[in-house]
Design a protein around this ligand. Sequence first.
Ligand SMILES: NC(=O)c1ccc[n+]([C@@H]2O[C@H](COP(=O)([O-])OP(=O)(O)OC[C@H]3O[C@@H](n4cnc5c(N)ncnc54)[C@H](OP(=O)(O)O)[C@@H]3O)[C@@H](O)[C@H]2O)c1
Length: 262
Amino acid sequence: MDLGISNRKAIVNGGSAGLGRGSVLALAREGAQLYVSARGEERLVRACEDIARETGASITPVVADHSTDEGRSRILAACPEPDILVGTCSPPPFTGDYTKVSNDDWLANLEVTLLSPVQFMKAVIPGMVERGWGRVVNIGTGAAKFPAQVRILSGPPRAALVNYSVAVAKAVAPHNVMVNNVLPGMHHTATIHDTYTAQAEANGTTYDEEIQKFIDEWKIPANRFGDPDDLGAFVALFCSEQAAFVTGQSLVIDGGLTNATF
Ligand SMILES: NC(=O)c1ccc[n+]([C@@H]2O[C@H](COP(=O)([O-])OP(=O)(O)OC[C@H]3O[C@@H](n4cnc5c(N)ncnc54)[C@H](OP(=O)(O)O)[C@@H]3O)[C@@H](O)[C@H]2O)c1
């Protein structure tokens, strides 16, 4: 199916690895013109070059920390009038006892997980409204919907982001600007690779064994972790021409882990 976004300009914040990279690849396959940010230059440039080579898409790397004003200005200078905005970041650290989470931990995480996407939406949605076309997708976390003490720094800010984005979605829907969220469960990404490789080394096991342990413990029905491509495909769908009548939604993509009747 042609998603109808060939040559649409798209910003992907946090697109050099993991689920952001999967989204860049899916949008590039649709011919979108991409502007991709990350803090680390080497991995970013490599990702953009690899995906451009594979898809033939135009992909501009923008080295920037999107949780800062300076970083946000750099990204918006590279692409002042995006049709599409996709936002993600590295997963916040796992948390243990909730009483040990400090105010500084909260503030640092709120900057990148909540306030940055809010600033970007404020900066780009008015232009989308004027032009009569826009798509925004926030990559959050399943923990926004299904709270857990281990995800104290990850779930609550993204629950707030979903609430905010649904409010904005309703306000701008008459202008063909659609705002949706994807809420991932466990996927093989750069951070997950580092985390479970370290755990395997500590336990004298392998990465695959640690992943299987998690799958068995949490009983993931699909019996696997997702790949960034699994999630990227749905991000591209929410960015498509066809997504003109779907807004304010939060799609959980987790291999069936948290399914309920509705
Ligand atoms: N992977 C999972 O299983 C999983 C499960 C549930 C939820 N999630 C959520 O999905 C999202 C993506 O996770 P992931 O596992 O794909 O992460 P990842 O593999 O660590 O990739 C994160 C990407 O974001 C970039 N990034 C991080 N902070 C940034 C910043 N301040 N400014 C610009 N770029 C930034 C990273 O590059 P640099 O480091 O070079 O900046 C990298 O390209 C997170 O919100 C996470 O909470 C993931």
